[in-house]
Design a binder for this molecule. Structure first.
Ligand code: ADP
Ligand code: ADP
Length: 229
């Protein structure tokens, strides 16, 4: 039961090859850490999965959708199945915390009553329900990231992608964000987290896929039978 499959994927930006022949699988329910030095291709790998970038070559299947075969009309369908979290939060400054999180459900055409209930429920889980009417710029970094996690999970996506989610946070806030991600993993989401923070990797029981210069350097196959290449 694979939620992400990549076969011999390449991504070039002009003359720069960011991803070079990557094949990998992520099973439903996995926690996968994408690691490697800066410039190794971690961000690009995630961008390929949510189709912010298009592979130069190779096949990518996400939750049964072949990304090279889906057009712009099916892109919202793909994005609804994913939650994405960024290092710099990417919240809308001019909208309240509630509205930032509600936007996903509004776009999906949910009824206002359901939206109110789901948004408040996820903000409660994230420990920021009392900030619902506040605007993001008045929150700490850790609080803003909790809003971003709330936004990513409110539509109950099967897959959560996080690109250096703790890189701009202090250690305590980073720990809270990882705990929060663990909570949503326990509720059934698959996590793919790009990071070079060894400490947060050791906190969660996941497997590691290490990239170097766009190639998979080492890959732990699964928690049952770990294999070093
Ligand atoms: P990481 O997330 O591991 O730091 P990235 O995926 O951001 O790595 O970058 C991989 C390589 O691709 C780097 O050499 C980077 O400079 C290059 N790169 C990333 N995005 C772009 C882009 N939009 N245009 C050109 N080069 C890019
Ligand atoms: P990240 O490592 O998370 O991609 P960066 O600060 O490296 O963050 O990149 C910020 C933006 O610039 C991203 O959209 C990335 O794709 C793009 N980018 C990264 N490297 C390059 C590059 N060498 N040339 C052009 N754009 C780049």
């Amino acid at each position: 039961n694979m939620i992400v499959r990549m076969f011999d994927v390449y991504k070039a930006y002009g003359k720069t090859s960011a991803i070079k022949g990557v094949s990998l699988e992520v099973a439903s329910g996995d926690i996968v850490f994408i690691t490697g030095p800066s410039g190794a291709g971690k961000s690009t790998l995630l961008k390929l999965i949510y189709k912010a970038e298009v592979a130069t070559q190779g096949q990518i299947i996400v939750d049964g959708m072949n990304l090279s075969r889906i057009g712009s009309r099916q892109l919202p369908e793909l994005r609804r199945r994913l939650g994405v979290i960024f290092q710099d939060f990417k919240l809308i400054a001019g909208r309240s915390v509630f509205d930032n999180v509600a936007l996903v459900l509004e776009a999906a055409g949910e009824k206002p009553k359901i939206i109110e209930k789901k948004v408040m429920s996820v903000l409660r889980t994230a420990g920021i329900e009392e900030k619902a009417r506040v605007f993001p710029p008045s929150l700490s970094g850790g609080e803003q990231q909790r809003v971003a996690v709330s936004r990513a999970v409110v539509g109950s996506p099967r897959l959560i992608l996080a690109d250096e989610p703790t890189a701009s946070l202090d250690p305590d806030s980073a720990e809270q964000i990882m705990q929060l991600l663990e909570t949503f993993h326990a509720r059934g989401a698959t996590l793919v987290i790009a990071t070079h923070n060894r400490r947060i990797i050791s906190r969660l029981k996941g497997r590691e896929i290490r990239l170097e210069r766009g190639c998979v350097k080492t890959q732990e196959i699964s928690s049952d039978h770990e294999v070093e290449e």
